[in-house]
Design a protein around this ligand. Sequence first.
Ligand SMILES: Nc1ncnc2c1ncn2[C@@H]1O[C@H](COP(=O)(O)OP(=O)(O)O)[C@@H](O)[C@H]1O
Ligand SMILES: N[C@@H](CCOP(=O)(O)O)C(=O)O
Length: 322
Amino acid sequence: MMSEAGVRVKVPASTANLGPGFDTLGMALSLYAWIEMKPAEATNIHLYGDQMKGIPTNKNNLIYEVAQSVFREAGVSLPELEISMYSDIPLTRGLGSSASAIVGALVAANELIGSPLDQAKLFDMATALEKHPDNVGASLFGGLITAVWDGAHAEYLRIEPPADLEVLVAIPDFQLSTSKARQVLPEQVSLGDAVFNISRTSLFTAAMASGRLDLIRASMQDRLHQPFRASLVPGMERILKEATEHGALGAALSGAGPTLLALMDRRENRGAELERFLLEGLGEQGIQAQTIWLQPCTQGAKTLTINTGEQFIDSIKGEVRA
Ligand SMILES: Nc1ncnc2c1ncn2[C@@H]1O[C@H](COP(=O)(O)OP(=O)(O)O)[C@@H](O)[C@H]1O
Ligand SMILES: N[C@@H](CCOP(=O)(O)O)C(=O)O
């Protein structure tokens, strides 16, 4: 049944790959976007927050287009929508902004028309749009996910991240689109490098599933994408190599970058040292960055209650970062 009052969805950011798990591993993070969607007489798109600059507010908007793909799939016609969105997820920095927008739009549009599509269908649609299941899986299901995609269907397993895991991200002040960061990757890799990554991804996944934070250092290593992307993020190579000497359990390029991510055990008391190391490592290369401490987010995209008369932006004020 159609929800005339509209629906509101909160969706987490995500970090993909976690080093070795290229296009496979993703983890939801405690940084969020909110999307509200209502049936309307004419389409109107309101975007709030500094992160939304430059995003179209007409029917070319990704949220609108994704919503229409849900309606098409469900055989429903709903061409005019009122959409509001606020996001704390920086665009084009490797924190899954496009995945969270896609997942938020899929979940909101589906809920708006009475949820005819199940989660598995939404995951397939999200992966087909994003082209890899890692970010969208994390934003949809929360926690750490390991996923496979055969071009039509995605399968995943969700792992509860260890409770003591903390995440530090250093977000450089420049954008790097995922498509540009994929263009530098080789078409073929050696058997040795494939084995290197399979073994680390397997160990990392098993370590996370069993709470063995001590195994992150050995397993958060990659030869498939980070070495090729290093030239796009000056300072990254040294930071990834030396972060464990400054309190990190391990470090990686977040998604396709340029954000760098370090995992830490919250019982360690070396957060300030690690933060300084990341900022100095980038600063030496002339790159300004913002650091944010985050937690793994255990919940995926969720629908929120809309109270009568409550304005979208007022309703989320207490929760946004800025
Ligand atoms: N809320 C949104 N509405 C419309 N487009 C968005 C939204 N969020 C992200 N995008 C699109 O996704 C692009 C970023 O995707 P990508 O290069 O994969 O980086 P990332 O997902 O790591 O932020 C943006 O440049 C923009 O075109
Ligand atoms: N596996 C992808 C992940 C891209 O993540 P994003 O957050 O940068 O969009 C890749 O490494 O290309």
